[in-house]
Design a protein around this ligand. Structure first.
Ligand SMILES: [Zn+2]
Length: 186
């Protein structure tokens, strides 16, 4: 059930070393291949509000059902940033159980690429204000990737998806994650 863009270990370097210098203002280097940076939220925020003894889940990533709460699909929220940066937030969409079921059935089939679903973003994502509880639409950009949040009738989300945001402001909550390298390669 894996789609390639849910990985957050894809820190490939061209020729064995980073080809782009870290930004002078924030110390974060753009991806050498020009791909968006990636931050992944492991689970919907609602899980933190449920007592572990009462938490009853089915599935995992990218399909997660929480008994008594709802149905969640892994999606990407793409944000355009200044100075050649971009970031893909791996987040969750709370969807209707019928869409959950249909997506589960089409996931590995050609029909997946035409799939559209609506739902509610399942994470608070800093530095943005808490998102309004409104429907957003997710569509498939690439059959090998999880769906992308692509539009909403809500003006907050329309602005989030269409504007180019100051990169240092958006990346600062994640600076440690984005700058940290493991002590040893491999
Ligand atoms: Zn910077």
């Amino acid at each position: 059930m894996t789609k390639s863009n849910v990985s957050r270990t894809s820190r490939a370097k061209v020729g064995g070393k980073a080809t782009l210098e870290p930004c002078a203002c924030c110390g974060i280097a753009p991806d050498p291949r020009g791909r968006p940076l990636s931050i992944t939220f492991e689970q919907p925020d609602v899980i933190d509000q449920i007592h572990p003894a009462l938490l009853d889940t089915w599935g995992g990533d990218p399909f997660l059902a929480i008994k008594g709460v709802g149905f969640f699909i892994r999606v990407i929220l793409p944000i355009k940033l200044s100075d050649g940066f971009a970031i893909d937030f791996g987040t969750w969409l709370e969807v209707y159980n019928e869409d959950f079921r249909q997506l589960w059935q089409t996931w590995n089939f050609p029909e997946y690429k035409d799939f559209e679903l609506e739902g509610y973003i399942g994470n608070a994502i800093a530095p943005f204000d808490e998102f309004p509880h409104v429907l957003v639409k997710a569509t498939v950009r690439d059959p090998e990737q999880v769906p992308y949040v692509t539009s909403s009738d809500n003006e907050v989300f329309t602005k989030l998806l269409s504007d180019t945001w100051p990169h240092a402001m958006v990346l600062s909550p994640y600076a440690d994650l984005l700058k940290s390298d493991p002590p040893f390669e491999g």
